[in-house]
Design a binder for this molecule. Structure first.
Ligand SMILES: [Zn+2]
Length: 452
């Protein structure tokens, strides 16, 4: 049994309701992959441990002067798109898809996806992200990168409505990924309600129900998509999800900025198995007009998580940045500075994102029984000082580079701001040598056309 103690740390406590708080001078006791106790520093955890007197001394991580927070969860991303960082700028959503991203994705190969995913995992781990919820092609390669780097991932092999063969291959990979590794879970990944037919969504929902998968997809990304769906089919994207059985099976909906008031009543009926991932930097950058209606979703009992989406539009996989954007855009949307308080935001970023990952009983809080997915943050830099409220630092001033040490499933994967599982220089060199081949549009063609 591997034991580890994070000694003398400040712990962020996020209750299910009410104010979040910090507790000073705590020890976090870890055994194997789990937190077994959080005690006043120096005191013994008692009977939760294996109870073998004189057993091996635990590994000690000095947490003095550091804030321990639940490892961040990136609740919606396409990790290998880091390879397109900065290659599709100043474009509206139609051109972003049709003139840049989908033509670039003609160039996807297993190797290019793996190299991108390794870079993405490096970026996320160094920034305190311990879980990412991914939606992309060649997901077996992303899984390999996640296993290698020590991060946790929920992976949805992505498909459009195309050939029978492609669909079956995506279903098969999803089944294989589920069995791969304790840190890997899998979801079914139809791209969106406007790129996958109702028949294929129905088939997806049937497999999801029969085999216990969730469905992770894009829906109602903009109000324009919602209006187009009504004009073409007479129903909103949320109604499409209901009539095809996707909501009944359990869904993670990316974005949902076009969710309308009547849709909320539908989502409420499936609230126990529905989550929405909000990635607001993307909505601002693509001038999408709306952000996720988080207040209405939470009122309907739907869980909401925070994500970055792919770096081809978000430019980073920095979840701190995404959390800040959620707080800011929600205050603006509701025209209410007292909404989306520090505690509201912290709860979304931790418990909400864990639920969006389908891991609400495993990660997202620092309590006994949960996985030891922990980020230790140094708040001593000028941009965090003087420190009147660590919760305010978490939401508004912490940078990814303030993360010092990261554990996933009890294993130290970042120590003193360095990855323990991979050679960052090699990861960067591989990405730099291949990135130009991915963004090269000279071959022509496109994997899909945006016309919701
Ligand atoms: Zn997306």
């Amino acid at each position: 049994m591997a034991r580890l103690v994070i000694r003398n740390v400040v712990v962020l406590v996020v209750p299910e309701v009410g104010e979040c708080r910090v507790e000073e001078a705590r020890d976090i006791h870890v055994q194997d992959d789990r937190i077994v106790a959080v005690t006043p520093t120096g005191s013994q955890p008692g009977s939760q441990l294996d109870g073998r007197p004189g057993g091996d001394e635990p590994e000690v991580v000095d947490g003095s002067g550091l804030l321990a927070v639940p490892g961040l969860v990136n609740s919606h991303t396409h990790s290998p798109m880091v390879m397109m960082r900065g290659a599709a700028e100043d474009l509206a959503i139609e051109d972003w898809f049709n003139r840049r991203v989908w033509p670039m994705e003609v160039n996807l190969t297993p190797e290019r996806v793996r190299v991108g995913a390794r870079l993405a995992c490096a970026e996320m781990l160094l920034g305190g992200v311990t879980t990412f919820v991914d939606h992309y092609f060649h997901a077996d390669q992303i899984a390999a990168a996640a296993v290698e780097t020590g991060i946790r991932a929920d992976l949805a092999p992505t498909y459009f409505s195309s050939t029978e063969q492609d669909l079956i291959a995506a279903f098969d990979v999803t089944r294989e990924l589920r069995e791969l590794h304790p840190r890997i879970t899998a979801s079914l990944g139809p791209h969106a309600t406007y790129t996958v037919s109702d028949d294929d969504l129905r088939r997806t929902a049937e497999i999801a129900r029969a085999e216990g998968f969730r469905v992770h997809l894009h829906a109602a990304e903009t109000d324009g998509q919602t209006q187009a769906s009504i004009d073409k089919h007479g129903v909103t994207p949320v109604q499409v999800l209901e009539r095809t059985g996707v909501l009944d099976a359990g869904a993670l909906i990316a974005h949902g900025c076009g969710i309308r008031e009547p849709d909320l009543a539908i989502l409420e009926r499936y609230a126990d198995r529905t989550a929405v991932a909000s990635c607001p930097k993307v909505y601002l950058k693509l001038a999408m007009g709306e952000v996720t209606p988080i207040k209405g979703l939470l009122k309907a009992g739907v869980k909401v998580g925070v994500g970055t989406d792919g770096a081809a539009v978000h430019n980073t996989l920095d979840v701190w940045e995404a959390i800040r954007m959620v707080a800011l855009t929600q205050k603006q949307r509701e025209n209410d500075a007292e909404w989306m308080t520090l505690s509201d935001t912290l709860r979304l970023a931790t418990r909400g994102s864990a639920a969006a990952a389908g891991l609400s009983r495993q990660v997202g809080v620092l309590e006994p029984g949960y996985q030891a997915d922990i980020a230790l943050v140094d708040l001593s830099a000028p941009h965090n000082q003087p420190l009147h409220d660590p919760r305010a630092a978490f939401v508004y001033s912490v940078r990814a580079a303030d993360v010092v040490t990261v554990l996933v499933a009890g294993t130290v994967v970042v120590r003193d701001r360095e990855l323990t599982t991979m050679d960052l220089q090699e990861v960067l060199a591989d990405a730099q040598s291949l990135a130009h081949t991915l963004v090269d549009l000279s071959a022509g063609g496109s994997i899909q056309h945006y016309n919701p």
